[in-house]
Write a protein of this length. Structure first.
Length: 375
């Protein structure tokens, strides 16, 4: 029996879409007798310098729209039986209706993995794809509630071989870490200075009984993001002796930068999946993140880390996601609790790794992925 020919259409680059697609490719690579795949790499211009390259990669346009000669030439050359799209939601003038019709006439099965949703987008997807894939409970629920009945849930997972478990045990100082990445304020890093200031207490306390809190807070960001990062954040980290900031690029096939601290602090206001949450947990870091989906799907408060209370919910203008703005006072209390009781870090470290091994190990998804790719 010949392997099924599967085409992946994605932004094959250093971004969330790329890392999700890498998991798919990882599964396919383990089963070459069942899957023969090729990757069509397309993405908006800002992703061009971040693109990955390789023998199975076909370079597509600087656009998310697939109605392009490069795409149709690839379809003719590779002759896929299945196309696995990533975020190919309503791009192009036809909203994928004409493109999907043309592909269906060739007998190609179409699967879409939508990660980010424009407001009003989900309902327009009905009838375009043969299957719709979700990796989180929230996205699965949204799609089903919108009437996309062909939705399949395959829970997200981490490739454990890429993230060595390093048990965390605080030394003289608790080491907090956050990843600013490409500077998107969605990640909530700009709330951290406010939380650190609140840890110092009010004016009278600072003057009469200043607190001595021993900790180090390290932040890293991509070099390419230098102009996009909130300048006040950089300035705060550079002038505070307890803070460190640097530009570094993570290699997520070798554990990323999760050896940088004891506790991962990620006060994001919205996520498609929350990749760094699960990756940090896999490496043995307790995670402090927002108590709102999808962030709170991955851990239990006080077990594998802590969940930050939400102070305000804001409906996003451009996406269907609600912005969950954290309570910086609660975050300050959580950080202070780790400083005052550092012994909890070791237990949560082991719990975090165990949770990923038990519930979110991507290599346990092989049967589900292969079933999805059946013609």
């Amino acid at each position: 029996m010949k392997p099924v020919r599967v085409g992946i259409v994605t932004a094959w680059a250093e971004c969330g879409m790329g890392h999700i697609a890498r998991n798919w490719a990882h599964s396919f690579d383990k089963h070459p007798g069942q899957i023969n795949y090729s990757i069509f790499s397309r993405g908006n211009p800002w992703l061009t310098p971040l693109r990955w390259h390789g023998e199975k990669i076909v370079e597509g346009p600087e656009s998310m729209d697939i109605d392009h000669p490069l795409f149709w030439d690839w379809v003719e050359d590779f002759k896929p039986e299945i196309l696995l799209f990533q975020d190919q939601n309503i791009y192009g003038k036809s909203g994928m209706k004409e493109e999907s019709g043309r592909l269906h006439k060739k007998g190609i099965k179409l699967i879409n993995y939508p990660d980010w949703f424009l407001t009003g987008m989900i309902e327009k997807m009905d009838g375009i794809y043969d299957l719709t894939l979700a990796h989180t409970e929230r996205n699965f629920r949204w799609l089903k509630e919108a009437g996309i009945d062909n939705t399949v849930l395959i829970r997200w997972g981490v490739i454990l071989d890429n993230f060595k478990f390093i048990p965390r045990k605080a030394g003289d100082k608790v080491r907090f870490y956050t990843n600013v990445g490409y500077g998107s304020r969605r990640k909530g890093y700009q709330f951290i200075p406010g939380a650190l200031e609140k840890m110092k207490g009010g004016f009278l306390r600072r003057v009469l009984a200043p607190r001595k809190l021993d900790f180090v807070f390290t932040a890293t960001a991509q070099e390419e993001a230098r102009e996009m990062i909130n300048p006040k954040f950089i300035k705060y980290f550079e002038k505070n002796t307890s803070c460190e900031f640097s530009f570094k690029t993570a290699d997520n096939t070798k554990g990323g930068l999760f050896n940088t601290g004891d506790v991962y602090v990620y006060p994001t206001w919205q996520e498609g999946v929350g990749l760094t949450i699960t990756e940090a947990m896999a490496s043995g870091m307790p995670v402090v993140t927002t108590d709102f989906p999808t962030m709170n799907e991955w851990l239990d408060d006080g077990v594998e880390g802590r969940l930050i209370k939400v102070k305000k919910l804001k409906k996003g203008r451009m996406t269907a996601f609600t912005k969950a703005i954290i309570d910086t006072s609660h975050l300050a209390g959580i950080l202070e609790d780790y400083i005052n009781k550092p012994s909890q870090i070791e237990e949560q470290s082991y719990n975090a790794r165990k949770k990923i091994e038990k519930d979110y190990n991507w290599d346990d998804r092989d049967d589900e992925i292969l079933a999805l790719m059946s013609k």
